[in-house]
Design a protein around this ligand. Structure first.
Ligand SMILES: Nc1ncnc2c1ncn2[C@@H]1O[C@H](COP(=O)(O)OP(=O)(O)OP(=O)(O)O)[C@@H](O)[C@H]1O
Ligand SMILES: [Mg+2]
Length: 415
């Protein structure tokens, strides 16, 4: 199953291009589902599906809108209730014990962004069903999507490290604490719910970082939008997601422009040159600013066909993903090098630390706890550098010589 995620700043045309790409795939014979995780759900509007429900229909199950083309807007509320109910129940009981008004408590137990995360859980079921050749995901604007894609791993870290301890402590202390403080301790079902949720999120993460999954960044040729697109490429790579191309949308056609439009053409050209430079090595597709909103399956498919201009919109990029390891021969003291793609950053932007079995990689306000592969946990980190758009971390079995440059001052590679 090919999974294609569309992300980008608000309003740039994610839903339009997601739906268009899906329509193109379906027309080419692929059994295609376009799925929206965005609570705003404008997919149905773009595809002009009218289910007779005011305010945009909820398509919580896939609905066929053209031959082989299905659309689904996940009912996040329902998924939320299924996955979160036990955990929320516990949190509510704690807040009630603290004397909080139930309505206020309910609000506090709703994790921002959780709905979107849970909407993605739907992907597991689709992968297991064998019903689809292609699933196109129309994501929420960049920031939420990044939070969403970082969560499974962060939660996994908590569950592997903290939860077993907490569970033991809680088991031992539950009777004492409940009596003393009047605060209910989590029952085992709460822990079980967290563990189950983690397992599900883990599956989603594996799907999204697997060989058939890629992320496509949509932007419009404006410098603010480009700046965000650049950051999201870095951050997506940091979390192990593979970006396979950029779509520049709403590009003004140059022909027959009046003064006003000619001004825009010049301004856009300048930014497009920067886009090309920033994303060198990735395909860059251009999509013209249409004289009207491209809505309906036909218009969306035509827009996508023109955008991809004969290239295969579903092609899986060659080479390895953002994370790989290389090792040197047994006689070679340079040991193993862990490579993590971090495009568009310099060494000053990256902070690296080791904490037991974890490498803590920080880029700007994003941090990833990367568990060191089992075979390397006893190795020392002997060097690190940012080179060719990658963070390279060198591990040696013993106190091997340092063949890389010294870590930058901000990189605290302990060992
Ligand atoms: N190439 C284009 N030419 C003309 N109009 C376009 C083009 N691309 C998108 N639009 C229009 O721009 C508006 C925003 O597009 P769309 O909903 O796809 O953006 P989005 O990135 O999904 O937005 P959101 O962040 O709100 O989800 C829509 O009205 C859409 O029809
Ligand atoms: Mg949208």
């Amino acid at each position: 199953m090919r999974v294609l995620l569309f992300t980008g700043k608000g309003g740039v045309g994610k839903s339009t291009l997601a739906a268009g790409t899906a329509a193109l795939a379906a027309a080419a014979g692929q059994r295609t589902l376009v799925l929206s995780t965005d609570a705003a759900h404008s997919l149905a509007d773009a595809l002009t599906i009218d289910l007779g429900v005011p305010g945009g229909a909820r398509l919580s199950e896939p609905v066929e809108v053209a031959e082989r083309l299905w659309v689904q807007q996940v009912d996040a509320q329902l998924r939320f209730e299924q996955s979160w109910a036990d955990i929320q129940g516990y949190l509510l009981s704690v807040l009630a014990a603290a004397g909080l008004d139930p309505v206020a408590a309910e609000e506090l137990t709703v994790v921002p962004g959780a709905e979107e995360v849970l909407a993605l859980l739907e992907l597991r079921l689709h992968a297991a069903s064998g019903r689809w050749d292609v699933v196109v995901v129309d994501c929420a604007p960049t920031a939420e999507t990044l939070r969403l894609l970082a969560l499974p791993e962060a939660l996994g870290w908590y569950i592997d490290r903290v939860l077993p301890i907490e569970r033991r402590v809680v088991k031992a202390l539950r009777p004492v604490l409940t009596r003393a403080a009047g605060v209910p301790m989590p029952a085992d079902t709460v822990f079980d719910a967290v563990v189950r949720l983690h397992a599900e999120l883990d599956e989603v993460r594996e799907l999204l970082t697997g060989p058939g999954a890629t992320v496509r960044i949509v932007l419009t040729p404006e410098s603010v939008v480009l700046a965000e697109a650049r950051r999201s490429w870095t951050t997506l790579s940091l979390y192990g997601y593979r970006v396979d191309g950029v779509v520049a949308n709403r590009v003004f056609p140059a022909e027959g422009a009046d003064d006003w439009r000619a001004g825009w053409v010049v301004a856009q050209d300048a930014v497009l040159a920067e886009v090309e430079e920033s994303f060198a090595g990735l395909p860059l597709w251009r999509s013209e600013y249409r004289p009207g909103e491209p809505v309906g399956v036909e218009a969306l498919r035509a827009l996508a066909a023109e955008t991809y201009a004969g290239t295969d919109p579903l092609a899986v990029p060659e080479g390895e993903g953002p994370f790989r390891m290389t090792s040197h021969g047994p006689g070679d003291t340079r040991g193993t090098v862990l490579h993590l793609s971090l495009p568009l950053v310099g060494r000053a932007d990256v902070d690296l630390a080791r904490n037991g079995d974890d490498l803590v990689v920080t880029v700007g306000s994003y941090r990833r706890l990367l568990t060191v592969p089992a075979g390397l946990s006893r190795h020392r980190v002997t060097g690190a550098r940012v080179k060719d758009g990658e963070l390279q971390v060198q591990f040696c079995e013993q106190s091997g010589e340092q063949s890389f440059e010294q870590p930058a001052a901000s990189e605290r590679a302990e060992g």
